[in-house]
Design a protein around this ligand. Structure first.
Ligand SMILES: C[S@@+](CC[C@H](N)C(=O)[O-])C[C@H]1O[C@@H](n2cnc3c(N)ncnc32)[C@H](O)[C@@H]1O
Length: 210
C-alpha cells in the first residue's frame, strides 16, 4: 500500500499526489444540493486513476498545454496541473460539474480553465493550442464513439502530439480504438492503478502516423 500522509479532516483521500473528496465529504454534500451533474459527472470515476498512473509512467513535459475532455470533477485535470505544472483546460458538456472541479482545484492549489462544450463543438483553433488531449471514462455510449473519433482525428491534424484515453473496458471504448487504429498510431494496453486502491482497465495512446 502507498504510504499516505495524515489527512487534515475526514472524507478526504489521496491518490497520486493529489487530494480528493469522498461523496460524503461535507463540501460535496453541500454542493450536491445545488448542482446535479446529469451526464455521469457526479463522482470521481476509477478510470481517472488509470490516467494518473499511466502519465506517471509516461510523463509529459513540464508546463505542457493539456485539454481534458469529459472532465467531470476534473481529477485528471488537477493531477496534470499539480504533477506537471500543466496549463489545463477542462472540457465538459455539463456546466454543473464545475463547482465540484473548482473545489478540487482549490484543495490542491491549482488553477484549471473551465470550458463548457460538447466534444464535437471544440474548434480546431482551440485544439491547436494543446500539446495533449486526455480523457477518462468518456466513451460510454454508442453515440459518443463517432464524435470522439472525429475529435481525436481533428486534434492530431491540428498538431496535438498525444491523445490518451482510459476506460474500464467498455465495448464502445474498444470500438473507438478500432476506428482510430485504421487512421493513426494506436497503442492499447491493459493497465492498473494502485492508488487510492487497486483498479484495472485499459489505456489507449493515439498519435499521428507522420
Ligand atoms: C463518466 S464521466 C467521467 C468524468 C471524469 N473524466 C472522471 O473520470 O471522473 C463522463 C463525463 O463526460 C461528460 N460528457 C459526456 N458527453 C459529453 C460530450 N458529448 N461532450 C463533452 N463532455 C461530455 C459528462 O458530462 C461527464 O462529466
Amino acid at each position: 500500500m502507498p504510504k499516505l500522509e495524515r489527512l487534515p479532516e475526514p472524507n478526504i483521500y489521496q491518490a497520486y499526489g493529489i487530494y480528493l473528496l469522498e461523496s460524503k465529504h461535507r463540501l460535496i454534500r453541500r454542493l450536491k444540493k445545488a448542482y446535479q451533474p446529469s451526464v455521469h459527472g457526479h463522482k470521481t470515476w476509477s478510470s481517472s486513476f488509470l490516467l494518473m498512473d499511466y502519465l506517471q509512467h509516461n510523463p509529459m513535459a513540464k508546463k505542457s498545454c493539456v485539454m481534458e475532455i469529459g472532465s467531470g470533477w476534473g481529477p485528471g485535470s488537477v493531477f496534470c496541473a499539480k504533477r506537471f505544472k500543466a496549463k489545463v483546460t477542462a472540457v465538459d458538456i455539463d456546466r454543473e460539474v464545475y463547482p465540484f472541479l473548482d473545489v478540487l482545484a482549490e484543495l490542491n492549489g491549482v488553477k484549471i480553465e473551465p470550458l463548457v462544450s460538447r466534444f464535437e463543438k471544440l474548434t480546431n483553433k482551440q485544439l491547436a493550442k494543446q500539446d495533449l488531449l486526455v480523457g477518462s471514462d468518456i466513451c460510454f455510449w454508442d453515440e459518443l464513439v463517432k464524435p470522439l473519433g472525429r475529435l481525436i482525428t481533428r486534434a492530431l491534424e491540428a498538431g496535438v502530439s498525444r491523445v490518451i484515453v482510459t476506460d474500464p473496458g467498455r465495448p464502445t471504448f474498444y470500438e473507438l480504438c478500432d476506428r482510430m487504429a485504421k487512421k493513426h498510431k494506436v497503442s492499447l494496453n491493459e493497465w492498473y492503478a494502485v492508488e487510492p486502491r487497486y483498479v484495472t482497465g485499459e489505456v489507449v495512446e493515439i498519435r499521428s502516423k507522420q
